[in-house]
Design a protein. Sequence first.
Length: 116
Amino acid sequence: MESSYSVYVVILLVSVFISAVSQIILKTAANKTYESTLKEYLNFRVIFSYGLFFLSTILTMVALRKVPLSMQPILESTSYIYVSVMGFFLLKERFSRKKLLGLALIIIGILVYSIT
């Protein structure tokens, strides 16, 4: 029973990671200039990102069949960590003190929840 539960937790974390990847792709698409408004929304990056969001939603629904709903917001908060790290490495964004403090608080909150 425990290993089955762990599989669903991993599915939820993968779902959150896929959502974070989708956000990064959307951010790169938003930084480009397009010839028209239609091309701004109907291009490969945007459509692919929304497809990833849809996949993430499906995986989340599958995971929530076994993962307690009370745990979902805690695991979902890992997306802030994923997006920040990917933004640093892929988009060359900098970490401000406030951002680092926020990420530290998120990590501390996850650790406190997992200990109790």
